[in-house]
Design a protein around this ligand. Sequence first.
Ligand SMILES: [Zn+2]
Length: 228
Amino acid sequence: MGNLGIYFIFLIPPMILGFVIQHRLKTTVARQMQVQVANGMTGEQVARMILDHNGLSGVPVNQAPGGPLSDHYDPRARTVNLSPGVYDGNAVASVAIAAHEVGHAIQHEKAYGPFRVRSTMFPAVAFASQTWMLLLLAGVFLQIAGLAQVAIVLFAVVVLFQLVTLPVEFDASKRAKVQLHSLGLVAGGEEQGVSKVLSAAAMTYVAGALAALSQLAYFALMFLGNRN
Ligand SMILES: [Zn+2]
């Protein structure tokens, strides 16, 4: 089998899977954005309440200028940042996403292991993700095997980061559901909607990690194997 065949096997199926799962997240969020929570609370109010109940009154909840799904917790600034539809929205999806981001703030506060590992890795990963492709291309065009090998090691660091991200994301969603339930912020049927949104989001991280692993395997096969 030629290089092109191997390329298609390792890179195209994960890419298609990624598109399907991304699409599923968008439709799931869109559907749960149409369902309003019975208590009428917005994402911002829910985030604020969970933070306050966990001794995190000092963590601000900001409305972030980004588009849908740009919601995130900023560990450097210690801020929860919600997109407008989540911040002001009182839909099941708004509440689910807001609670998930607060889950990261709680992980930070409790020094949750994988969260700490992820934060520690971050500077190295930022460097690696900016340089690996350049080194790989340089290695291929200048025919310097050592450069390509260094590039693959750097890419492996990026892949490892994506794997460490998985428990961090799963745990943030678990904490979100526990908090929403124990503070009585969601009713029975709403909990199902929350689960759907958080599961769909988790699947995008799984698909991303699978795609990255597959790409790493492809590079290893191309550049580290027997090249006779
Ligand atoms: Zn998250």
